[in-house]
Design a protein around this ligand. Structure first.
Ligand code: DGT
Ligand code: CA
Length: 574
């Protein structure tokens, strides 16, 4: 039913007319029409076909025409015109809960506010409360509305949402009549941030599945309930769309809803070249469906091999697939070690023994314990005397442990002049030195780049941790000349980290791919300070896969002896 779509457009038209200061009767007419259509229990499209629209209360010939226009074109020319006449940010303001057109108009006319940031600032400075017709309470509501709006529109880190989506899949598998179930969309492609959760299901009892979904404990709001599509908002402020598809279309739907859109468009072009039609139901030759049950057969029908979801971004995977040159991506279970873990020696919460146990439980065979260096006092930087105690403890534990070995590492600060935070005779004793910038972010591009370059040239450094310094949603990368850094890493055979902490993912997919193409070794580290987060290594593998990396590009696929050999090789060639 398109009732909601029609009502939404009428509501927006009413709001825009009101902001423009048009005749209140006209505004009211659109609002009323929206209410009437939204409350209909029959399909507005059916009424239109039967010529019964103008029988509806408040809908005259003119509005009936407009409804038909929306049904025919998906929008309304009047609405498109109005959007052009009103500053676009005011339309955004209308989406903030608690802000209607009257208030938006007043805020704009009296204070000239043009962005959400300005609006927030004005609330905090109590400029809004002083406007006529507003007040302290309204101001507080607007602030709350801004927070909700940001939650609603902001993208969320993969690491916050993937575990939630996997939990939903687990619960539905165990407690509802689903047959097939899969996560699709950007989550399946393991994009670093996601807008929403897309889930696909096959079931002979869709109503029961959807009922179970709206009953899930993390559901905050049911946006739409239907047997083929149900949308809910989950508590951390993210929408989840669940679609039930026919088993016969499973592969086609999975391919379609996994995206990316850019990838889908390229696949569709290939289909067209072969005289085929492709959509979420299948691949068709004329009226005959020739594929749709599995993703493999859908790709095959258009002349492609199966493309791993992490590559589906139209970044060359179609061309590579056609030539049979897709990479054999590093697998999650090929990871043998974690390159960056903090222990109690600095600001981590776990003892060396606990790290060993957890690593064993996860099936890892080595962990580099890289605590902060001495001058990083806020993060419990390890003084030199404790460093050698840590070394002895690791040697003792390694003697007793067969399956898991610890590597005596350090995350050594690159000081603001580019020197390292331990003297050379100390650095020499540390098995794995990963250097990092934690201070002086405000320096110029040249200064920061030079600091990293001098660390890369240092004979005892093996790798650079979180090379660009960005923190998703909190801090941009520092000013940096990555090209120079790649050149120097390549020249000295040093590694760059893919930091797997979900707010860092640094290097990101694009930069990691650039490094890999230049033959720079990459090392994945969880950078974890909490023992459970050793599991986050998978987010780093996701970045590596999105960066087209194969096992040979990733140092974590080496076994303990091989990794130790690499560490020594770096030292010997320096
Ligand atoms: P997101 O949600 O912004 O993190 O990213 P996606 O890729 O999950 O995007 P979403 O949820 O809007 O749509 C899911 C998939 O559905 C998308 O990856 C590809 C497919 N899709 C959506 N809209 C279109 C479209 O207009 N054309 C095509 N070819 N595919 C589309
Ligand atoms: Ca999505």
């Amino acid at each position: 039913m398109k009732n909601k779509q029609v009502a939404d457009i009428f509501n927006k038209v009413a709001a825009l007319l009101e902001i423009k200061g048009e005749n209140p009767y006209r505004v009211r007419a659109y609002q009323r029409a929206a209410q009437v259509i939204e409350a209909l229990t029959t399909d507005v499209e059916e009424l239109a076909k039967q010529g019964r629209l103008s029988k509806l209360p408040g809908i005259g010939a003119d509005l009936a025409q407009k409804i038909k226009e929306i049904l025919r074109t998906g929008t309304l020319s009047l609405y498109e015109e109005l959007k052009k006449e009103v500053p676009p940010h005011l339309l955004t303001f209308l989406e903030i809960p608690g802000l209607g057109p009257k208030k938006v108009k007043a805020i704009y006319e009296k204070l000239g506010i043009t962005s959400i940031e300005e609006l927030e600032e004005a609330c905090k400075k109590h400029k809004i409360a002083k406007l006529p017709g507003f007040g302290w309470k309204t101001e507080q509501n607007i602030l709350k509305g801004i927070k909700l709006f940001r939650e609603k529109t902001g993208r969320k880190p993969l690491g916050e949402i993937l575990p939630l989506a996997e939990e939903v899949v687990r619960i539905l598998t165990e407690t509802s009549p689903v047959e097939q179930i899969a996560i699709a969309g950007s989550l399946r492609r393991r994009k670093e941030t996601v807008k929403d959760i897309d889930i696909l299901i096959t079931s002979t009892r869709p109503h029961d599945v959807m009922k179970r979904i709206v009953e899930l404990e993390f559901v905050e709001e049911v946006i739409a309930f239907g047997e083929t599509k149900t949308s809910v908002r989950l508590r951390p402020g993210i929408q989840m769309d669940v679609r039930v598809v026919e088993p016969d279309s499973w592969g086609a739907a999975l391919a379609y809803f996994t995206g990316s859109k850019a990838h889908n468009i390229r696949v569709r072009e290939l289909a067209l070249e072969k005289g085929l039609k492709i959509n979420e139901y299948g691949v068709f030759k004329g009226d005959k469906k020739i594929a749709g049950k599995t993703e493999e057969e859908v790709y095959e029908a258009v002349g492609l091999p199966f493309i791993p979801p992490e590559l589906r971004e139209d970044r060359g995977e179609i061309e590579a697939g056609l030539k049979g040159e897709l990479p054999k991506l590093v697998e999650y279970d090929e990871i043998k070690g974690d390159g960056h873990v903090h222990s109690k020696y600095s600001d981590g919460t776990a003892s060396l023994e606990e790290i060993m146990q957890k690593a064993e439980a996860l099936g890892l065979s080595w962990v580099a314990v890289c605590d902060h260096s001495q001058s990083l006092k806020v993060a419990g930087g390890v003084p030199i005397k404790d460093l050698f105690e840590k070394k002895r403890r690791i040697e003792e534990l390694n003697k007793r442990s067969k399956r898991v070995k610890l590597i005596f590492g350090s995350e050594v600060d690159i000081l603001s002049d580019g020197s390292l935070d331990y003297p050379d005779d100390v650095l020499k004793e540390i098995e794995f030195v990963i250097a990092a910038i934690h201070t002086g972010f405000q320096q110029s591009e040249e200064q920061i780049t030079n600091r990293i370059l001098s660390a890369l040239r240092h004979p005892f450094v093996h790798a650079i941790a979180h090379p660009t310094g960005r923190v998703i949603g909190e801090r941009d990368a520092y000013e940096l000349n990555l090209t120079k850094i790649f050149e120097e890493a390549k020249k000295y055979g040093k590694a760059l980290e893919i930091n797997a902490y979900y707010k860092r993912l640094d290097l990101n997919d694009i930069n990691a791919r650039a490094a890999k193409e230049r033959g720079i070794p990459l090392i994945i580290g969880t950078d974890t300070h909490f023992i459970d987060q050793l599991e986050y290594i998978g987010f780093g593998v996701a970045v590596a896969r999105r960066a087209w990396c194969e096992a040979k590009d990733i140092l974590n696929t080496l076994n303990y002896e091989e990794f130790k050999a690499w560490l020594e090789k770096v030292r010997n060639q320096s």
